[in-house]
Design a protein around this ligand. Structure first.
Ligand code: SF4
Length: 464
């Protein structure tokens, strides 16, 4: 059995030491960290869109080194992923962390004639990896969301990731221990057996400033945290960065996490410092660790890790509700009823539709009738019935199964709109359809289907 699965099975707390392939170095790989078993993880395109692929980087290390490879869906499609699975298997890789990924640095929105950048959703990657078989599959989850719809959308998608076949979960990097406790409670409440690990990083002032300045997707650093770090630096107490990281690791262990993903701690001197703090404080119980953590972060009200809340609506507007009900009625009548399916199939089976001109006219008619109402982009496989009539193509990453982790207070990672998945989660609650967002695994759209009529595709694929 692969080592990571065996650590999980034996409830052995483990440390995943994360390396960036952009560093272009060969690292001394640790198999133990402060007495806990350690595993190497290789991140995918964190620094640039052209970083060395994790699979390539993994070949620099012997097969005996246990590794977790990240695969980010940004700029990839399902065929790329299927090829990756074959290559990973051939290279004896057993553990994967499947992510949608943050915004490509060279993202194209498709408006200037260049092809629109595509993002393979983590849910679809998990489904494909599960079907391929033989991998221990990890997914990412961001519990650090502070408005209701955004948080609901994250948790709804976590249900889907688990349903699709995730074996373990790694949280986004974050410092709010209450949010980590909430996700643990969620797993328990739903009787999910998946193991969960927390991403941790020794947070220096420079790193925190970098993340704020570059708006690193999905990471919450509050002004209070920056002030604490700045004061410490000025007082010559910068080593507390490692003490704090050690406390967080020890708290995660006591909270029942299966381990941590240790980020930005690859230099031997940093690792030694962190290990020495873990040794020094590992005898403490959870209460003592938490109280030390709170005093180091100067926590008084508990709100210090929470960003200032924004002003998006807490309820769907009446026009959103009316639109939903109208489209729902129409969808049922035109696409879901037995009669509609029979008539549609009869019409579209006619050889007439094979003609280029007819296909073009049909596509244009579909686009005109749907674009102004839902923002249709002629993807060829209409998913509106599974997305509460909010077109997934209006998400700049084209995600259909739910949000990525990069939103901030309901705002899309791209910064130019409200996240459509927050809108959807809010609407789902109001029209009592959250079950759809929790359970319906929406397949990815094959490239060859894009730019064809979804109407024709629907009727011809459907059983009458
Ligand atoms: S899901 Fe596809 S076919 Fe349906 S509205 Fe969106 S782009 Fe158009």
């Amino acid at each position: 059995m692969p080592q990571l699965s065996s650590f999980f099975q034996k409830n052995q707390f483990c440390i995943l030491v994360e390396y960036l392939t952009s560093l272009n170095e060969i690292f001394a790989v640790k198999t133990a960290f402060a007495g806990y078993p350690a595993v190497m993880t290789l991140a995918d395109r964190v620094h640039s869109d052209h970083d060395m692929a994790p699979l390539e980087a993994s070949k620099r290390y012997p097969n005996s080194v246990e590794k977790v490879l990240h695969f980010a869906g940004k700029g990839r499609d399902i065929q790329d992923f299927e090829l990756f699975l074959q290559q990973a298997k051939a290279a004896n890789i057993n553990n994967l962390l499947l992510l949608t990924g943050d915004k490509l640095k060279e993202h194209h929105d498709g408006k200037d004639g260049a092809e629109r950048s595509r993002y393979l959703e983590s849910v679809n990657a998990v489904m494909a990896a599960k079907q391929f078989g033989g991998f221990c599959i990890g997914v990412a989850f961001n519990p650090f969301k502070y408005v209701e719809a955004e948080r609901d959308a994250q948790y709804l998608k976590l249900h889907k990731k688990i349903k699709a076949g995730a074996d373990f979960i790694i949280t986004q990097l974050g410092y709010d221990i209450d949010a980590l406790k909430q996700v643990k409670a969620f797993l328990k409440r739903h009787h999910y057996a998946q193991k969960i690990l927390a991403c941790v990083m020794p947070l220096s002032l420079a790193r925190a400033n970098f993340m704020v300045k570059n708006k690193v997707a999905g990471i919450v650093i509050t002004p209070h945290m920056l002030k604490v770090l700045a004061d410490e630096k000025q007082a010559g107490l910068s080593e507390r960065v490692y003490l704090r990281c050690a406390l967080q690791i020890l708290m995660c262990k006591q909270l029942g996490f299966a381990g941590v993903d240790l980020s930005a701690c690859h230099k031997p001197e940093e690792q030694m410092l962190l290990e020495s703090y873990i040794e020094q404080y590992r005898h403490l119980g959870l209460d003592a660790l938490e109280s030390l953590w709170m005093s180091l972060w100067k926590i008084k009200t508990g709100k210090e890790f929470i960003p200032e809340l924004s002003s998006f609506s807490r309820q769907p507007s009446s026009s959103q509700m009316i639109k939903y009900y109208q489209l729902h009625l129409m969808h049922d009548a035109l696409f879901d009823s037995k009669i509609a399916k029979g008539v549609g199939r009869f019409i579209f089976k006619a050889p007439f539709w094979e003609r280029k001109a007819a296909a073009k006219t049909l596509l244009k008619t579909e686009f005109i009738s749907k674009h102004s109402i839902v923002g249709c982009e002629s993807c060829g496989h209409c998913r509106l019935g599974d997305t509460l009539y909010i077109c997934p193509e209006t998400c700049p990453k084209g995600l259909a199964n739910g949000p990525c982790g990069g939103t901030s207070l309901d705002r899309c990672e791209f910064g130019d709109r409200e996240c459509i998945h927050s809108v959807k989660a809010r609407l789902a609650k109001a029209v009592e359809q959250t079950q759809v967002l929790k359970e319906k695994l929406i397949p990815t759209v094959p490239i060859e289907v894009r730019g064809t009529s979804s109407w024709k595709n629907w009727y011809l694929a459907t059983e009458v």
